[in-house]
Ligand binder design. Sequence first.
Ligand SMILES: Nc1nc2c(ncn2[C@@H]2O[C@H](COP(=O)(O)OP(=O)(O)OP(=O)(O)O)[C@@H](O)[C@H]2O)c(=O)[nH]1
Ligand SMILES: [Mg+2]
Length: 625
Amino acid sequence: MPDGIPHRLRRLALVGVPNCGKTALFNALTGSRQKVGNYAGVTVERKVGTLRTPAGHSLEVVDLPGTYSLRARSPDEEVTRDMVLGRRAGEAAPDLLLAVADATNMRSALRLVLELGRTGRPLILVLNMYDIARHRGIEIDIAALEAGLGIPVIPATAVRKAGMQALWDKLDSLAARGLPPAAENSWAPPGALELRAAQRTADRLIKQAVRPPAKPHTLTNRIDNVLLHPVAGLAILLVILFVMFQAVFTWAAPLMDLIAGGFDALGARVGTTLPPGLIQSFLQDGVIAGVGSVLVFLPQILILFMFILLLEDLGYMARAAFLMDRIMGGAGLHGRAFIPLLSSFACAIPGIMAARVIDNRRDRLTTMLVAPLMTCSARIPVYTLLISAFIPHRAILGVLSLQGLVMFGLYAAGIVSALAVSLAAKLLFWRHAPSPPFMLELPDYKMPRLKSVTIGLYTRGRIFVKRAGTTIFLATVVIWALATFPAPPPGATEPAITYSFAAMIGNLIHPLLAPVGFNWQISVALVPGMAAREVAVAGLGTVYAISGGGEAQIGHVLAQQWSLATALALLAWYIFAPQCISTLAVIRREAGGAKWMWLAFGYMLALAYVAAFVTYQGAVLLGWG
Ligand SMILES: Nc1nc2c(ncn2[C@@H]2O[C@H](COP(=O)(O)OP(=O)(O)OP(=O)(O)O)[C@@H](O)[C@H]2O)c(=O)[nH]1
Ligand SMILES: [Mg+2]
């Protein structure tokens, strides 16, 4: 930064403690739709967007992971530190820091602001969540705060875009006038003494500028007395999870029937309008049977995410982490592993990246290695297909559906195995290393916001449909081609697919998988299933459509052709199987080495094989072969 000359404002960075609304403000300023959530550690990498002020200035805005101090401890906090200090290679330092604070909880926020002041960079403080502060009757003397801190302070409510005008005006005037010359950077990693001194200063400022409400806020405490109760709280958590899986099955059914009916009608239409031949087979058996068999699962995925998003926004997830801490700690997992593992229900990739909030490498590695065991949404199609085909649609005790119960069991199996594997890792590799204590700030409960839940659902839905249209479509085309060519010799008596490349490949792999009860069709579907788990469903759809099962819906075909033992073995396989390739690639990147990727691949493949073997042989013994 050149000294003495007014500096042009081009780039600003959002800095603040976790969960104060930085990303909400980023979205309000730039019109982006980055994920916000009511727990610490939602943002783990930097995101850049453009802000156009009313006066027409175009500014670059950087959203950063939350941190309590620039003395970074975990990889996500290092991103923030390096960005603020301009240490990131190939990237300009921010000209202005937009410090964000939660107006209802300013203690650690102001301590951070004091620390940011030492970097010498121009600072503005945005007092976010002003709506909640007002609602609770907290009175804040903005002028006193400005005088005490020596920087502009702007109240705002990011989720309603309130206070943006004042912020824009400020930014416009700075952009027009130029920023004052940069002061000297005197920041050095603060020690415990300095942090304590800064906290005293912050507390003094708060005492001068903030008048707490006459009636203190107790709603969160009252709810927490129940929800955090060691016994009642865990019971409520289990009930919530259970209702979630029941809903996934029962609520989705009518919508799924509708979509399946649509694809059946479309297939029939193609069958009657096009002459029999390659094009008809490609559209009917390849595209419609393959992609259609995956798209049917959209309602289930949306219902599951509706629950997760609502609970996240409510602030319940941090409580769930708190409740699970004892159990997870017993299994050698860090308390902060909860959110990464929870995110893995959507997909292991964001889950593995969320492990960046864990500050020690050993715990981070364990979390990354077990994250793929959590049931990601790509397994839903496989699970649902097999459950609907093989598990009777029956009520237990009048209210619970057996199918929902099995689904719950599969999710539980994923969680239990993740705990078991991390316990094994702890015992094998780092038995003697003590676990650091876990500090977690519990956010206040907030009413879930319709808008952010809708945006979250839309984002998940779009990812799913996009995958169906790209990865899954491509894989389906490949499988169709493999299952169609070469054409059977003249006078052939078997179904055409018996002579195809697919059958050759399937028969080649089949001997390896026969002990676990898989037929050659499953063997064919598993290979492209490495690209994405749902592809296995699409693959089965295509393979069986070409085999000419006669029935449109793949579930009915499977129910006729497979034994229960085979279906159960495939379910067991899918709890553990090391798919997809992108997850393995992310483990390699985040863990910093191919050996971790191979370790994950190897142990999951071994578990999958053993689990499927035991399940199959056990089921055969029970007479389900
Ligand atoms: N009522 C109210 N809620 C807000 C406001 N700003 C953010 N929130 C909510 O507060 C929660 C946290 O918001 P985020 O934007 O994810 O917070 P963050 O600072 O980016 O959090 P990390 O990325 O985890 O550091 C979300 O549930 C938001 O919907 C606000 O001004 N008013
Ligand atoms: Mg964020």
